[in-house]
Design a protein around this ligand. Structure first.
Ligand code: FES
Length: 261
């Protein structure tokens, strides 16, 4: 008997697939919804995001006057607004991820069931693609990439600073977490399809352009694992924020070795 793709209020249409095709979209819904709930909670906190020398990636760069530590040494957003410091910055990586080519395919399948899996019909009868509002706005992705690159360099700087403790340079578990997080954010950012297009993808031919070809091949190799980098970097952002919060609230201690000034 054919397995039915059902969703309440939408007509039932069969698929011949008998495997657990629903497992991948369901996993995405559970995992990403959990991330959104956590990010909404963490991003609206006004404390617990900094434990010297660790700064949560949700709050970086910290640019508001009420930041516990200022990324650029002076506030860019004045004290006249008292929003949680993360609220000034978290929207940029959020838009970058929401418009990501990989993630678009993933959440169209998982949340909109359009379609939920290969050889499983769309939940909706009609399909307008990304030709109309609001989905036509997905085309801004190539521009958000430039902001994502800037944020990557800020996070890499945070990772470097995480080795500088009040007593001198050293290594803590937080240093390793922030470094891993910055590395995977970098892999995710530079494996982007827009980056691939910029790094030679715009050329009609690589003939006589060996440097462009090498660059394009390097990004293409990264691009193969773009989806993996998406999920690992997303997870590490949560792990880093959670770890810093637990340190800040005094729940755990940071194992570290400090070598001295
Ligand atoms: S395609 Fe995924 S970040 Fe650009």
């Amino acid at each position: 008997m054919a397995v039915a793709a059902t969703i309440s209020g939408v007509r039932e249409r069969p698929t011949e697939r008998r495997d657990a095709w629903w497992a991948a979209p369901l996993t995405v819904v559970v995992a990403f919804t959990a991330f959104v709930v956590y990010a909404a909670w963490a991003g609206t906190r006004t404390a617990g995001y900094y434990y010297e020398p660790y700064l949560s990636p949700f709050f970086s760069p910290c640019i508001a006057a009420n930041c516990e530590v200022l990324t650029f040494g002076a506030p860019i957003i004045g004290p006249w607004f008292t929003l949680a410091p993360a609220m000034w910055i978290v929207g940029f990586p959020l838009v970058f991820r929401a418009t990501c080519y990989y993630f678009r395919r993933t959440y169209y399948r998982s949340y909109f069931l359009a379609p939920p899996a290969c050889a499983v019909p769309d939940a909706r009868g009609s399909y307008s693609g990304e030709t109309r509002f609001p989905f036509i706005l997905q085309n801004i992705h190539r521009y958000t990439w430039y902001v994502a690159v800037a944020i990557f360099f800020v996070l890499a700087w945070d990772a470097l600073l995480s080795f500088r403790f009040p007593g001198g340079w050293g290594i803590g578990l937080g240093s390793l977490i922030l470094t891993a997080e910055a590395v995977f954010i970098g892999l995710y950012t530079f494996s982007c399809h827009s980056c691939r297009a910029l790094c030679g993808g715009w050329l009609d031919s690589f003939h006589g352009r060996p440097l462009w070809y090498r660059l394009w091949m390097a990004v293409s190799r990264l691009n193969v694992r773009h989806g993996t980098y998406f999920w690992i970097s997303l997870t590490l952002v949560v792990v880093a924020d959670g770890y810093i919060r637990l340190l800040s609230y005094g729940v755990i201690a940071d194992p570290r070795i400090v070598f001295g000034p």
